[in-house]
Design a binder for this molecule. Structure first.
Ligand code: GTP
Ligand code: MG
Length: 386
């Protein structure tokens, strides 16, 4: 499984006050390598070492923070969009730029004081005064970026918890209104362990589960419930699901809960289904009528008729009960055949079936050649997906 690109971002435990204390504490323990020369020379060397150490500690901490962030230009769009939804990429860039900006200011103070210490004929007390002034300037510089550091610390907590996903594995995202049974299905058919509860908005972030289907390690992505409203009005919890549908979903299982216990009227649920079909045409939609253990035959036929009436009947449609384990095996075989028949031939997976032939290869007779080049797709996939 691929990693979350934010996993390695710098784990700084220090706030700005602690950072300043740390740098000055280390600086005051700095020693000179030689005790040769006059007392004044010794004082000069000590103050130089202190300034140098404080500047080094501050700069290395700050550059560690900035450099540990992945480049936003190289991020997979799924992670870029999630970072933007949850933290705002503009604000992250501003904070990182602000922190980077003071790196040179710290270096500037260090160089200015070093030049004075080296070139001016100073008493020991003047040298100490210079160093103290420099420490004061370092502290003011660090205080300027306090809001940026605090923002990055808060963002870090969110970003390091994003799920890891594998761009080379087929992905099934599970969508539907709140409380429609999404997490129950993911929990039943995959290794994922989403929370299940009898109230809406139990799932507040993307949760991945995995299952081997045929030759594929398929990723399932449980998502927060969707309300019937335009994308522009969706909150950051719903937008995480939208990001998954848009950037990583090869298949979307859309759950409809037609039971009397449903929290949202069937008409609203069907409007959401219609939006999903319109907005995410790259994914194959499987319409899943859930909780059929709670439905009478008439109620079941009523939903099917409604789907028909509204022209929402899908080529891939199933009725299941996660609770009673009804038709979940059929759901798995449906996913299996969609992957084999549709998903794997999409551009995203093209590289898996491409095989290079060496240039010095001697071609065979025409008929034999064609046979020889026939690639057993299943063999290739088996070697890729295990
Ligand atoms: N009777 C019955 N109840 C079910 C079934 N599937 C889920 N439920 C119940 O429906 C409620 C909601 O289930 P969840 O799986 O948490 O639904 P969800 O769509 O993930 O909900 P949110 O994360 O809040 O959007 C829980 O009380 C489940 O026990 C089912 O097949 N039959
Ligand atoms: Mg849920």
């Amino acid at each position: 499984m691929a990693n979350n690109p934010f996993e390695g971002i710098y784990k700084t435990k220090v706030d700005t006050t602690e950072l300043i204390n740390l740098a000055f504490g280390k600086a005051m323990k700095a020693k000179t390598t030689s005790r040769k020369g006059s007392r004044k020379e010794f004082e000069r060397k000590i103050e130089l070492a202190r300034i140098n150490t404080a500047s080094k500690v501050l700069r290395s901490r700050l550059s560690n923070v900035v450099e540990s962030f992945p480049s936003f230009d190289d991020l997979h769009p799924f992670y870029y969009e999630l970072a933007d939804t949850l933290c705002s990429v503009d604000k992250l860039k501003l904070a990182l730029g602000g922190i980077w900006g003071v790196y040179d200011s710290i270096l500037g103070v260090e160089e200015e004081v070093r030049t004075k210490l080296l070139n001016e004929d100073l008493y020991a007390q003047d040298m100490r005064k210079l160093r103290k002034e420099a420490f004061g300037r370092f502290a003011s510089i660090i205080k300027i970026i306090e809001p940026h550091i605090n923002f990055l610390l808060r963002s870090r907590k969110i970003l390091i918890r994003l799920p890891g996903f594998d761009g080379n594995a087929p992905t099934v995202a599970v969508a539907g209104a709140p409380n429609s049974g999404k997490s129950s299905i993911v929990k039943k058919i995959t290794s994922g362990k989403p929370e299940i509860a009898a109230y809406p908005f139990t799932t507040k972030k993307l949760i991945f589960g995995h299952r081997k289907i045929g030759f594929f390690h398929v990723q399932f992505c449980d998502t927060p419930g969707l309300l019937d409203r335009p994308i522009s009005e969706r909150n950051e919890i719903e937008l995480q699901g939208i990001t998954a549908f848009k950037f990583i979903a090869d298949i979307i299982l859309f759950l409809i809960d037609p039971s009397l216990e449903a929290m949202y009227p069937i008409e609203q649920q069907l409007k959401i289904l219609n939006d999903i079909k319109v907005y995410f045409p790259q994914a194959t939609i499987v319409t899943v009528i859930s909780k059929i253990d709670l439905l009478t035959d008439e109620e079941h036929s009523e939903v099917l008729n409604k789907l028909d009436e509204l022209n929402l009947k899908s080529e891939h449609q199933l009725s299941v009960s996660a609770m009673q384990d009804e038709n979940l095996d059929k759901l798995i075989s449906e996913i299996d055949s969609i992957i084999k028949e549709e998903v794997i031939s999409r551009e995203k997976f093209r590289h898996l079936t491409r095989t290079k032939v060496s240039e010095d290869f001697t071609p065979l007779e025409k008929e034999e050649e064609e046979d020889f080049f026939l690639i057993d797709e299943e063999d290739v996939l088996r070697s890729r997906f295990g």
